[in-house]
Design a protein around this ligand. Structure first.
Ligand code: ZN
Length: 353
């Protein structure tokens, strides 16, 4: 499945949790993140006891116990209840739920930082990260567009490190300011990294709609850090993969439009470490729309590649995953253009170029 045809338009790479797992020092999947936050020694050391107790009490209220509860289930309940002002019980009003949400955000930050290394600038890119970039940015091809569904900032840091620490080489596709309130610098040929599930590096001001995005300082958006313009506390921007939520910053509509446009303009769409889970409604809807719009322009069929590590997983999951992708894109992508590699990212990298 080597791709040797010269590309004239940017390829689009959609990175799921499996892409981070490739380069993470230790894998903390979102599914087991709460267990890690509450039991792992290093996470427990970093997460203040008040946050840990708050999360445990809420999990006990919700599930009768606090082990093995899915982060995405918990976060989506807390998000909807706080955004729509719906208390969950006499004890769990929306103000208390908002505190739970902040504690969970802090736990996410602590766990991802512990597992993938500092969310700030790393000392040097790891070899694994270099392999990711080399595979993604084929020589002679235009810079790809990255759509990262992960909250971590691994790909940004790897790219910045490859450019000797220049911070202007990343274009998040949204207007943003630095921690000092100045416009985030952006080079002409910056790598476009679209993050429609939000980012640990983003803080949003609900008063002046400012997005603070600064990879040079610790984010800590759970701690009441103020907006550089109006000093209202910034909110973390972490979107759980559920149906449309109220209270999301309005720039997400524009971000999804950028994702659609990138796919519509492209000839090659590569999913890495992404299993198209059924709760991820947005990804499905926007991919289908982009492929349909592309078909209207009568372009040659899109080449779609899906890279997973399913071979190592329990038997049969690769068949189910292929079925999910065919169900969603099969109407616009002929079978001859839909390629699966279940042998992992490194094997796939070896077949490139
Ligand atoms: Zn503000």
């Amino acid at each position: 499945m080597s791709h040797r045809r010269p590309l004239t338009v940017p390829a689009v790479f959609v990175l799921g949790a499996g892409a981070s797992a490739v380069v993470a020092q230790r894998t903390v999947l979102t599914a087991n993140l709460l267990d890690t936050a509450l039991t792992d020694a290093s996470a427990v050391r970093e997460l203040p006891p008040a946050d840990r107790r708050r999360i445990q009490h809420f999990l006990e209220f919700l599930s009768g116990q606090w082990k093995g509860v899915s982060l995405l289930d918990v976060l989506s309940i807390v998000d909807v209840a706080t955004a729509q002002n719906l208390p969950l019980s006499p004890d769990w009003g929306t103000a208390r739920l908002a505190r739970v949400k902040r504690s969970i955000q802090r736990a996410i930050y602590v766990c991802i930082e512990e597992s993938v290394g500092p969310i700030r600038m790393p000392e040097a890119p790891s070899r694994d990260l270099a392999a990711v970039l080399n595979a993604i940015a084929l020589p002679g091809a235009p810079l790809p567009v990255i759509v990262s569904l992960n909250w971590d900032c691994l790909i940004e840091h790897a790219y910045i490190a490859a450019w000797s620490g220049r911070m202007d080489v990343i274009d998040y596709g949204v207007a943003s300011v630095t921690a000092m309130g100045e416009r985030t610098p952006r080079a002409d040929r910056a790598l476009v990294v679209l993050k429609p599930h939000g980012s640990l590096s983003w803080g949003y001001c609900s008063l002046c709609s400012l997005l603070v995005s600064d990879l040079t300082v610790p984010s800590q958006f759970w701690s009441g850090r103020g907006c550089p313009r109006c000093s209202v506390a910034l909110s973390a921007v972490l979107v759980p993969p559920v149906g449309r939520l109220r209270g999301m910053p309005p720039f997400f509509d524009g971000l999804w439009a950028r994702v659609e446009q990138a796919i519509e303009d492209s000839d090659r769409l590569v999913f890495i470490g992404y299993s198209l889970p059924s709760q991820d409604v947005h990804v499905r809807v926007h991919v289908v729309r982009a492929l349909a719009r592309r078909a209207l322009r009568r372009r040659s069929p899109m080449r779609v590649e899906v890279v997973t590590n399913e071979r190592a997983a329990s038997s049969g999951t690769d068949v189910l995953l292929e079925r999910r992708f065919r169900d969603v894109v099969g109407g616009h992508v002929p079978a001859s253009h839909l390629h699966f590699c279940h042998d992992g990212f490194e094997t796939w990298c070896g077949r490139q170029g």
